[in-house]
Write a protein that binds this ligand. Structure first.
Ligand code: ADP
Ligand code: ADP
Length: 226
């Protein structure tokens, strides 16, 4: 039940920057793994590859045993949450969450039910008719997480999702994310440069060195969660 594997992955951008240098990593189903390391160490580069955004220069990335691009094209198994919520400003909260569901065939009523259900989970039931500009940063991030979860992904990719939030909001969202992870049993890959965040959230931490892409060590975190 391996979900993601990096096998001897190099990434050298055409500017000559070495972003990843022989990265090896195997991620199992149900893990909450953080990629932790200083800015520029290649965390985003690694995460984007899992989403099929950018190919390794050398080596191989597999998602569910397949080419990431194929998984993204053919299934709803992978979802991505970025640092910015990236909501469509002219659409309501509900319509933003509906967006990924509309790209698929299910009927309108069940799409709407699914979207409202997932908005309830992130505590936004009372804001489904609001527009993004009417929401705080934390609420926008909740919508972004709801949108990612609407299609029931097995693998959730998150790139510094809470970095732009104030400390209190960040703590609340961290707790909520842990609850979601426990309930939904998905695998989460989480990029952060914040040691405390990685330790608090993850079941395992992949520490990446300041020397680009070198995975220094893997740390198992004993959380009071199953
Ligand atoms: P992190 O997420 O750890 O901050 P990144 O994966 O974003 O690191 O970047 C790793 C290195 O690759 C950095 O030196 C960055 O400047 C460089 N880099 C990232 N994206 C590109 C790109 N599209 N073109 C050239 N260099 C890039
Ligand atoms: P639909 O109603 O088909 O779901 P959208 O909700 O995506 O379409 O867009 C609603 C309207 O907003 C469309 O008329 C569209 O042209 C317009 N629109 C598109 N991009 C923008 C934008 N950046 N800012 C404001 N309105 C936009």
């Amino acid at each position: 039940n391996e979900v993601v594997s990096f096998e001897q992955v190099d990434k050298i951008y055409n500017t000559g920057t070495v972003a990843l240098n022989r990265l090896n990593l195997s991620i199992k189903e149900g893990e909450f793994i953080s990629f932790l390391g200083p800015s520029g160490c290649g965390k985003s580069t690694a995460l984007r590859m899992v989403a099929g955004l950018g190919d390794p220069t050398k080596g191989k990335v597999n998602v569910f045993g397949q080419d990431p691009k194929a998984v993204i094209q053919k299934t709803n198994d992978v979802a991505f949450v970025f640092q910015e919520a990236n909501l469509l400003p002219w659409r309501t909260v509900l319509d933003n969450v509906l967006l990924p569901l509309e790209l698929r065939g299910s009927d309108k009523k069940s799409r709407k039910e699914a979207a409202i259900q997932v908005l309830e989970k992130v505590g936004l039931k009372d804001h489904i008719k609001s527009y993004p500009r009417q929401l705080s940063g934390g609420m926008k991030m909740r919508v972004s997480i709801a949108r990612a979860m609407a299609a029931k992904p097995k693998l959730l990719l998150m790139d510094e999702p809470f970095a732009a939030l104030d400390e209190l909001t960040r703590q609340t969202l961290q707790m909520d994310l842990l609850n979601i992870w426990e309930k939904e049993k998905m695998t989460i890959l989480f990029v952060t440069h914040n040691v405390y965040e990685a330790v608090y959230l993850s079941s395992r931490i992949a520490v990446m060195s300041a020397r680009p892409g070198r995975l220094s060590t893997l740390i198992d975190v004993n959380l009071p969660y199953p």
